[in-house]
Ligand binder design. Structure first.
Ligand code: SAM
Length: 250
């Protein structure tokens, strides 16, 4: 079927490649990949010989349009990124946007995503959460991004580079407080997978004391701010009845 398929690939463990992803990558006319050299290894492993083209969000508008036109004309294209789900801190937004605007069918093929994997094993509240992606690289900008999140009640999920993890935890401790519960999820699905929950101050010590914790791929999750509990108040109907009754009082 002519469509743009948005295909998730593993985040480390090749066993996480879903059969439908293999089928679709084999069947499409072309695979648009973030880094064709990187993805060549994945395709090789699954004996997929579909031609690849490079795609990232800086790809010029003309080429993106051209790709959409080709799908509209009957070709099928699969979009993949280096790891996990495309568009999640990865390229693809402009292509998907243009495709949908052009009335081209966009079909997701779900699979691994570091954010979801980390959240699912974190033990932090997962009924509501906010994905913040990568924080700015410079401390000043990072703090400015974190400040408005100090009172955020939902669990927060961040991606962080290993060489910045110490500085990032320091800024988080400063803004969220030393006691705020956080989770470091490192090397998910891989040999050295580590998931540690602790107050930010303890996570800082943990990462500072072991160089291995400053390597690999990392998701940081922070528990939301525990404000005054909602249960303390009355529900709107009770509130309404109260105000009616109060008016009747002498
Ligand atoms: N699209 C990907 C996804 O679905 O998760 C994310 C791509 S983003 C460029 C890469 C970042 O995701 C890494 O720096 C790290 O923060 C996180 N990440 C990817 N794979 C991971 C893994 N196996 N364990 C922990 N974090 C991972």
């Amino acid at each position: 079927e002519s469509a743009l398929y948005v295909v998730a690939t593993p985040i480390g463990n090749l066993g996480d490649m879903v059969p439908r992803a293999v089928e679709i990558l084999q069947g499409v006319d072309v695979i648009a990949a973030e880094d064709t050299r990187h993805s060549a290894r994945l395709l090789d492993h699954f004996h997929i010989s579909t031609p690849m083209v490079a795609y990232h969000d800086h790809t010029d508008e003309g080429r993106t349009r051209n790709m959409v036109e080709r799908i509209a004309a009957g070709e099928s294209v699969a979009l993949i990124s280096d790891a996990g789900t495309p568009l999640v801190s990865d390229p693809g937004y402009r292509l998907v946007r243009l495709a949908r605007e052009a009335g081209v069918k966009v079909i997701p093929v779900p699979g691994a995503c570091a954010m979801v994997a980390a959240l699912s094993a974190s033990g932090l509240p997962s009924d509501r959460f906010t994905f913040e992606g990568f924080l700015p690289a410079k401390s000043g900008q990072r703090q400015n991004t974190l400040k408005p999140l100090a009172k955020e009640p939902r669990t927060m999920v961040f991606y962080e580079a290993p060489h910045r993890i110490e500085a990032c935890l320091a800024d988080m401790a400063e803004i969220f407080g030393l006691d705020r519960e956080a989770v470091l999820a490192r090397e998910l699905t891989k040999t050295f997978e580590t998931i540690v929950s602790a107050p930010l101050s303890e996570l800082q010590t943990f990462v500072a004391s072991d160089a291995n914790q400053r390597k690999g791929e990392i998701v940081v999750l922070v528990r939301g701010h525990a404000g005054p509990t909602k249960d303390a108040g009355l529900d709107p109907e009770a509130e309404r009845i109260m105000s009616v009754l109060l008016k009747e009082l002498p």
